[in-house]
Design a protein around this ligand. Structure first.
Ligand SMILES: [Zn+2]
Length: 109
């Protein structure tokens, strides 16, 4: 039997990206326009998309650790660049910020 427009069969959702709960579901609403959603019943995180399939794809898409590390490095470089514009090298504020950025667990690889 054909599902109503926008609906998809039951699909395994990854755990909630916010709280890790498996108490998640996907579905759609038709209130003049059909929209799909995925939601977490533990923390109420919710994602909406034009279709249920798009909502599921978005819910199940996760940044990889390498993506996250790359982004962290980009942001750290941006902090240093912007900081350099605000505070001349060697100033007290400059030295404090550099000490934070150079903590061992945050040092560039
Ligand atoms: Zn959750």
């Amino acid at each position: 039997m054909t599902e109503p427009s926008g609906a998809v069969e039951a699909v395994e959702l990854l755990p909630c990206p916010f709280c890790g709960s498996d108490e998640t579901s996907h579905g759609f609403v038709n209130a003049g326009m059909i929209m799909g959603n995925c939601e977490c019943h533990a923390c109420n995180a919710c994602i909406w998309a034009e279709t249920e399939a798009e909502a599921i794809a978005a819910w199940n898409t996760r940044a990889t650790p390498s993506d996250q590390e790359k982004r962290i490095s980009e942001l750290e470089r941006e902090i240093i660049r912007l900081h350099g514009k605000l505070h001349p090298a060697g100033s007290a504020v400059d030295l404090h910020t550099m000490s934070i950025l150079e903590r061992p667990e945050r040092s560039p690889k």
